[in-house]
Ligand binder design. Structure first.
Ligand code: HEC
Ligand code: HEC
Length: 284
């Protein structure tokens, strides 16, 4: 009897070891996979105007929200079971990247060595124009190396399990998914507003702007913005104060961070597109 219990226990331990090794190997294959993503033809200018445009383009897209104002990065998670994630100190990695590789990292979620990035929201910027991308790269390059290099991402056992189960996916998978759910095209008249909405709001409101869950709250379908008049939209986007005089949590914080300095023209274009989208998009 005891002998049998011993054998069963040994069998269970052996199975557990095989399962853990299997999860490790399967997740490692996904993490190390080289992504087939061509390098775009982009080179950054050193012209101060390009740099100023890039600073604006980066600000409304929140690069310095996650990577911090100094671009030195910060620690998001450090936990034996989950792993360790830092937003990269970008100033320390610029030397490892060509301009084209930086453009690819931003738009396609690919690291300089060809593997996928994780938790970098490149799906928002897949449609970023060559001009805006080159300007953002020019702005990145204007930062001399400062601070400490941030440690590379470490995948703990729970994160590896989530990767194998497909619950946590690399940026490249989010990029591919975003391409299958584009935002409604309201015509050339609204093309610039659509472009801005898709490359700024989509990070939280979804690639089709139809709403998504972020950090435990729900970013609604941007049809809601068509209920705002121009002044209300302007105030909400710059200050985070909604038409009812109240704040909207995470959105309001983010609005002040990303959009305090957005131009009136850009805001008007976004609003005009969101109005056209609300009116013309087929329902259902
Ligand atoms: C929501 C947070 C977030 C935002 C916004 C964000 N990043 Fe990142 N970014 C990350 C994280 C996290 C990583 C590290 C990913 C990894 O190591 O797998 C990263 C990595 C990168 C890398 C690769 C660095 C490396 O370690 O090789 C580049 C380049 C980069 N980001 C540029 C940008 C630019 C430019 C913007 C704005 C257009 C931006 N990021 C906005 C979170 C963010
Ligand atoms: C970093 C994430 C994030 C980004 C980027 C973002 N939003 Fe939001 N937004 C949210 C969240 C979360 C909510 C829900 C807030 C709540 O009600 O708690 C929200 C709510 C809203 C609302 C509804 C406010 C109401 O009346 O309740 C509007 C309008 C809105 N966002 C517009 C925009 C527009 C336009 C953009 C792009 C120019 C944008 N957001 C970009 C996260 C974001």
């Amino acid at each position: 009897m005891l002998k049998w219990i011993g054998r069963i226990a040994l069998g269970i331990v052996a199975l557990a070891v095989v399962a853990v090794a299997g999860v490790y190997a399967a997740s490692e294959a996904i993490i190390r996979r080289k992504v087939d993503s061509p390098l775009p033809v982009i080179s950054a200018s050193t012209d101060p105007q390009a740099l100023a445009r890039g600073a604006y383009q980066a600000r409304i897209r929140g690069c310095d929200g996650c990577h911090t104002r100094t671009l030195q990065g910060e620690n998001w998670l450090d936990d034996a079971a989950q792993g360790r994630i830092w937003t990269t100190n970008l100033t320390q990695v610029l030397g490892r990247y060509s301009d084209a590789q930086l453009a690819r990292a931003v738009r396609s979620g690919v690291r300089s060595d060809g593997t996928a990035l994780w938790l970098m929201p490149s799906e928002t910027w897949t449609d970023l124009s060559d001009q805006d991308t080159a300007d953002i790269v020019a702005w990145l390059r204007s930062h001399p190396a400062t601070g400490q290099a941030t440690p590379p991402i470490r995948f703990g056992p729970l994160m590896r399990l989530a990767i194998v189960l497909g619950r946590v996916e690399p940026a490249t998978a989010h990029v591919a998914a975003a391409k299958t759910k584009p935002a409604f095209d309201a015509g050339t008249e609204f093309a610039h507003g659509r472009y801005l909405a898709v490359t700024t709001c989509a990070e939280c409101h979804g690639s089709d702007l139809g709403g998504a869950e972020v950090n435990g709250s729900v970013a609604p379908d941007l049809i809601v913005a068509s209920g705002y008049d121009a002044a209300q939209f302007d105030r909400f986007m710059r200050t985070g104060i909604a038409p009812d005089g109240r704040e909207r949590g995470f959105m309001s914080e983010m609005a002040r961070e990303h959009f305090a300095t957005i131009t009136k023209q850009d805001l008007d274009d976004i609003h005009a597109y969101l109005n056209a989208r609300a009116e013309r998009m087929p329902q259902g």
